[in-house]
Ligand binder design. Sequence first.
Ligand code: ZN
Ligand code: ZN
Length: 368
Amino acid sequence: MPPRKSFVSSIGLEPLFNRGSGSSSSSPSTDESDTPKKSWYDYLPLCGTVSLILAPHPSLLYVLVDFHLKTLRQPLLFATHIIITYGLTFLAFSSLIICVSRDPGPVTSNVSSPANGTADDEVGLTEALMPDIDLSEPGRWCRKCWAPKPERTHHCSQCGRCVLKMDHHCPWLGSSCIGHRTYPAFIHFLSSVTLLSIYIAIISISALWYAFHNPFTVNEATPIQELILAFIGIIFTLVIGSFLCYHFYLISTNQTTIENISPFLILRHLPPLRRGGHTLSDPPLEQELSSAQRRLVKDAHGAIRIYDVGWRSNWTQVFGLNRPFGWLIRIWYGGASPGDGRHFSRNRRADEMLARLATELVKIDRNI
Ligand SMILES: [Zn+2]
Ligand SMILES: [Zn+2]
């Protein structure tokens, strides 16, 4: 029995979607292909991450046993340090496992591809008729995955798939994307590593301080270990802590890393513009703008926060702070953000600013 024609091909849109895709048959969005295939070398940076977390522990154990147990003779303090450091290490590894193993945000798995002709056409028809997906609108349909592209979804070229509310692609966490379903675990991981680094730095600096003031009561090899630990603790606190602070800022302003570093993404939210007597694409494309218009978009990008609905609501969108114990679940095992990852409330003021930006873009073009 011959395969049925897909909805898209039956209404004559096939050439439109094949145009420029280049690889529509390379990554059709089926259940199997939605999971990116990785090579062994993709996991090498992850081995580096695990090694870096474990690296300070031999020296830490040495300092805790030699200084806190043998020199100070304080078993209670020793036990407290052990519980806190290994508790934080456990939390770091638990969230690391989630970031590596959980799907960051599957978009769809059953849209038919004209190239393979084997997917379920009826589901493809359902997806194609979804009221909030306009197939003719650029940015709302991924030609590489052959799937709808919901709001804030991006196609990751390394993973070869679309990810809901994609934040960034992280080679250090098993070459996986951080998206709607793994972002809380990612923040959990950064927080655990930063707290562990701060704690190790405090333990080692205080032990080093004691060694300076009581040089004849400590083992002569211990201060070297304490110095190494203090150095590692401070470096990790500065590097991972800065990264964590940046993500706290992104959460507070409801932006993803991609949205924050890509000023021309706001073009997706603009109405059709006119330039030089002809109408630009809908939405306008970066390459269609003049240099003055590009500068204006870059300046406006810092001020227009499309999804910023107040810092409290922004944090709630990520961690579900409004649910009883929901935040605890997400902090404990890094559960997914609440919601479906496809629909987001918008900042009303941003809509006004976008309209003003569209007007200014037309005006600045006329003044050149
Ligand atoms: Zn895609
Ligand atoms: Zn990726």
